[in-house]
Design a binder for this molecule. Structure first.
Ligand code: GRF
Length: 213
């Protein structure tokens, strides 16, 4: 059983996609142990509670220092004995002590085809605004392993999504979620649960599978 923790800051539609796939058993041998948010008003926390998943709010604002927040964040993760940490719209910079401790055990979903429109400052609607401004005809989503470099870790899965005439950032964001993000993230988790993913020379490699699903 792959024990996962999901870190969120907002609405949590990606979290919901994971919950739904666990429920309908598309995602098997996976258990969502905890949902952590830095924002107590995040609807994602409500989604967790409604589904009987432990919901924890850890906000840097509630701590005397960044270091104290980092300590609390790390000990919360550690206390759940997680195999994998999933960042699904988590807008907090991870504690430096995450690495190498959680090397290749943290994944993130980013709403573009990395290396386009990624890195510091590219989050939420800003990603889609930049894609529209550049006039790309294809955008998409990427699931990647997380390392010290923002959006710079090994790429695990990508899916392209068409940009259409008349798109606004909001319309494009919705299409990228519906056509890419909500399937890509559960699929990435399943591949990891099946023991099919290794990282070799800084690249994620998907194998034929060992551990039965
Ligand atoms: C998604 O677009 C995801 O790619 C990005 O943050 C957004 C989170 O949306 N990292 P939601 O909270 O899952 O609805």
């Amino acid at each position: 059983m792959l024990k996962i923790g999901v870190c969120v800051s907002g609405g949590g539609t990606n979290l919901q996609a994971i919950i739904d796939r666990v429920k309908d058993k598309t995602l098997h041998n996976v258990s969502i142990e905890v949902v952590i948010s830095n924002n107590k008003n995040a609807y994602a926390l409500e989604r967790a509670r409604q589904n009987g998943i432990q919901a924890v709010c850890l906000s840097p604002k509630d701590f005397e220092s960044r270091e104290a927040f980092h300590e609390a964040f790390m000990s919360t993760l550690d206390s759940f004995g997680l195999d994998l940490v999933v960042l699904a719209g988590f807008l907090v910079i991870l504690p430096p002590q995450m690495f190498p401790r959680y090397n290749n055990r943290v994944i993130n979903i980013h709403p573009s085809l990395i290396p386009a429109f990624c890195g510091t400052g590219f989050y939420g609607l800003k990603v889609h605004e930049a894609a529209l401004l550049r006039g790309v005809k294809l955008t998409g989503a990427t699931v990647h392993f997380v390392n010290e470099e923002t959006d710079g870790g090994p790429i695990l899965l990508q899916k392209a999504v068409e940009v259409k005439d008349g798109d606004t950032p909001q319309i494009l964001q919705k299409r990228v979620m519906e056509e890419a993000e909500w399937t890509l993230l559960p699929r990435a988790i399943q591949l990891i649960a099946e023991g099919r993913v290794t990282v070799e020379n800084g690249r994620a490699v998907i194998g034929e599978g060992g551990v039965a699903g």
